[in-house]
Design a protein around this ligand. Sequence first.
Ligand SMILES: [Zn+2]
Length: 350
Amino acid sequence: MGAMIRGVAAAAVCVTGGLRRCAAAIAKGSRPSAAFVAAVALAIVGFGAAEASAGPTCKPKRPRPVVHLRNMGPCAFDPGTLSFVGKPPQQAACLLRALDRSRNLAPAPADLPAALAGRVGQPAGLPAREAIGALLRKLDLERDFAAALWRPVSRARDNDPDAPAARYFVIHDTSGPNYGSRAFPADIDVTPKINNLRLFWCADGWAKSHVVINRGGGMMVGHDFEIPWRETKFERAPAFAGALKGLFLHVELIQPRRRAPGFGRRNDAQAPTPGFTAAQYERLALLYVIASVRAGTWMIPAFHAPIDADIRGGHDDPQNFDLQMFARGLDDVMRTLQRDELLASSAIDE
Ligand SMILES: [Zn+2]
């Protein structure tokens, strides 16, 4: 095949194939003519425009490996009741366990922070939707969260109307980018390299989680809380035949990682200290309140790590999560909402 013909063929690949195939096709050609270079340049510009308008796609290219369950996990999930064992505060204590330095699950906290212990699993004390709406307006978050306040959360069994509403509010970290053996830069809380939420946006509706929170407190909704979405291996296990789809809501907190010594050459086991910013805890607490109001019950917060702990290739997130900071964020949100409700009612009385 002559260089020119090869060039035209490569250009065609550039138009119809992906950028990787395009680059490979160009690499195969030798001594390209001016016409070839022009054709490829046009094709790449055209492809770039098409790709930009279509947006990034996130649907896995191949089927994900089948998840084999050895057991129902360290918090003993009961497929009959679609619930982990124990009363909601006990479940939260079991599910809010991080991995320790040896990568084993740490013991359950002796006492849950009062902000959580007095609420989880209870319908009492949920704030009024109107008060949350006013707060969202003040925070300029109305567009993404206000209208949906009056909508429910997802239900298990892929939104089966007879299945229980979502019970578990699962906290993740993005575990990336991975700095390898380099130190964390000083600007991780502000640099767009890490915090650009567009990096998590998916044009095809396959965003990884319901919401992503960056280190400045910015948020991106991947799926509304009414959309049943799975992010853990446990939920995907064929043993459940899809029954867990919709029982869990998922929130990702942006957190870079680096290599930790003693865990092999390629790992992402080391998180920054502190792991998250105050802005992330505040927004996470706000989302927890919104999700709970929509569920009609204070949800059971959980970490990803214990849910997948007994599954091969399970995850270690979130790392360096400070439960007290989350509880403080929840107290702050509630205090603000109660103050605003009081102000509103006294304005009506006058
Ligand atoms: Zn996770």
